[in-house]
Design a binder for this molecule. Structure first.
Ligand SMILES: Nc1ncnc2c1ncn2[C@@H]1O[C@H](COP(=O)(O)OP(=O)(O)OP(=O)(O)O)[C@@H](O)[C@H]1O
Ligand SMILES: [Mg+2]
Length: 378
C-alpha cells in the first residue's frame, strides 16, 4: 500500500515547547529503582533512544529524555481531514501537514483541526473510544504516519525500546483492546523500536507515585475513554476503562444545542468552568451551560462505576497505607473539575483509604512520561 508522507509541522502541534529550561521535568526514578542513568552505556556516536508514547483518541504524545536527563514532550493532535471533504483540490499543500495514501490525500493533525473549524467540517479520527477506528479504512495508515513523525530519532541515534499506552477493556461496551494493541505494536516495530504495551492509567502511577512507593489509584479522563487503575507497589491490581470521555460530552452537547462537536471543543478548551456559563454570545452561553450538565454527569458516572467495579471484583484491598487518587487527562482540565470530583469522592464510601485527591503534574503528558519511565527500566 503506497504511503507517501509529507512532514508534519510539529512546531504548531506541540502541547509543550521542548525548550529544556521552560518545560523539561527531571526523569523520576523507575519503579523498583533500576535506572541509575537515563543515558545508556552505548558508544557515544550511536546512542540508543528509548521513548514513551501515549496513543490517545485525540492526542499522540511522546516523551523522551534529553542529554541532560530531563523529560521532553512533543505531541500531535490525532485528527485528519480528507482533501475531498474540504474541497481544496489544486491548492498548494507544501505548507500543510498531509499524507498521500493510495489515491487519497489527507490533511493531518493541527492543520486539519484549523481547517475543520474554518470550514465548519466534522473532523475525522484515526481512533474512536480509545482504539483504532473501524469506520475508516485508512485509519491505521494515517495513525502510522503520525506515529512515525512523532517517534523520529536524530540521525546517528538508534531506536531502542518504545513503551506505548493502551486502554483497559471497557466494562460498559463489547469492544476489547486486543486488535488495537497488536496493530500499534506492529506499527512501532516497523519503525525500528522494540514495542511494549502499558496500560494508560497504570502509566500515570509510574509517573506520579514515586512518593507512595508506586501505589495509588489513577483516573485518566481522555477524549474517547476514561481509564482507571489500582496499583500496589508498581503491580496493577485492577485496570479497566469506561467508554465515556470528552467526546461523549462534545457529542451530547452538540446534539442538544444543534452544532458540530468541534465547535463545542473550541469553546470547551477555552476557559470553560463547570459552574460558569455567562461568557460569550447567546449560543456560546448555551454551549457552556450544556457542557456543565454533561461534565457533572460524566464525573458522577465515573465515580459510581469505580465503586461498582471495586466492589464487583471482590479484591482484598486492605493496603497497609492510605494511597493517593490521581486525576489526569485533558478532560479533567476544565475549571472546577477537581473540586467537583473531590466532593463526589468524599460523599461516597470508598473501599480504600485515600490520602489525597490531586491532579497529575501534567495531565496531558503524564501517561507518556510513565511509559518513558517503564522504557528506561532495564
Ligand atoms: N483545557 C481543557 N479543558 C477542557 N477539556 C480539554 C482541555 N484540553 C483538552 N481537553 C479535552 O481533553 C480531551 C483530550 O484529552 P487527552 O489528550 O487526555 O485524551 P486522549 O489521551 O487523546 O484520549 P483517550 O485517552 O480517551 O484515548 C479532549 O476531549 C479535549 O477536548
Ligand atoms: Mg489518554
Amino acid at each position: 500500500m503506497p504511503v507517501q508522507f509529507i512532514k508534519i509541522n510539529q512546531e504548531e502541534n506541540r502541547l509543550m515547547s521542548t525548550s529544556p529550561e521552560e518545560t523539561a521535568a527531571a526523569v523520576p526514578s523507575a519503579p523498583s529503582s533500576t535506572v541509575s542513568s537515563v543515558r545508556p552505556a552505548t558508544p557515544a556516536r550511536s546512542p540508543v533512544i528509548n521513548l514513551g508514547l501515549d496513543v490517545g483518541t485525540m492526542n499522540l504524545v511522546c516523551a523522551r529524555a534529553n542529554a541532560l536527563g530531563k523529560i521532553e514532550v512533543s505531541s500531535l493532535r490525532n485528527v485528519f481531514l480528507t482533501v475531498d471533504d474540504v474541497n481544496i483540490e489544486g491548492m498548494d499543500l507544501s505548507k500543510i501537514s498531509h499524507a498521500r495514501i493510495d489515491e487519497g490525500v489527507f490533511i493531518l493533525s493541527h492543520d486539519a483541526y484549523n481547517f475543520a473549524n474554518i470550514f465548519g467540517h466534522r473532523l475525522s479520527r484515526s481512533m474512536q473510544k480509545g482504539m483504532i477506528s473501524p469506520e475508516d479504512i485508512n485509519a491505521t495508515d494515517i495513525l502510522a504516519v503520525m506515529i512515525r513523525e512523532l517517534l523520529a530519532v536524530e540521525p546517528g541515534a538508534r531506536p531502542g525500546k518504545c513503551v506505548y499506552s493502551v486502554p483497559g477493556d471497557p466494562v460498559n461496551s463489547k469492544s476489547n483492546v486486543l486488535y488495537h494493541r497488536n496493530i500499534l505494536g506492529r506499527i512501532i516495530d516497523e519503525i525500528g523500536f522494540e514495542a511494549e504495551p502499558l496500560n494508560e492509567a497504570t502509566a500515570i502511577i509510574y509517573a506520579e507515585c514515586a512518593d507512595s512507593d508506586f501505589s495509588g489509584i489513577s483516573i485518566s479522563f481522555g477524549a474517547g475513554l476514561t481509564n482507571v487503575a489500582v496499583v500496589y507497589k508498581s503491580i496493577p491490581v485492577l485496570e479497566f476503562a469506561l467508554s465515556r470521555g470528552g467526546d461523549w460530552i462534545d457529542d451530547n452537547v452538540a446534539l442538544s444545542i444543534g452544532t458540530i462537536p468541534n465547535r463545542v471543543v473550541a469553546i470547551k478548551e477555552k476557559e470553560f468552568h463547570l459552574d460558569r456559563y455567562d461568557t460569550g454570545r447567546k449560543k456560546e452561553r448555551k454551549v457552556r451551560e450544556a457542557l456543565g450538565f454533561y461534565y457533572k454527569n460524566l464525573i458522577q458516572f465515573v465515580v459510581k462505576s469505580c465503586l461498582q467495579e471495586l466492589d464487583r471484583r471482590d479484591l482484598d484491598l486492605g493496603f497497609p497505607n492510605r494511597i493517593p487518587l490521581i486525576i489526569s487527562g485533558g478532560t479533567s482540565l476544565a475549571g472546577g473539575f477537581l473540586d467537583y470530583i473531590r466532593a463526589q469522592v468524599e460523599e461516597s464510601s470508598w473501599p480504600l483509604e485515600l490520602s489525597e485527591v490531586r491532579y497529575a503534574g501534567d495531565p496531558l503528558s503524564c501517561v507518556a512520561q510513565g511509559c518513558l519511565i517503564k522504557a528506561l527500566k532495564q
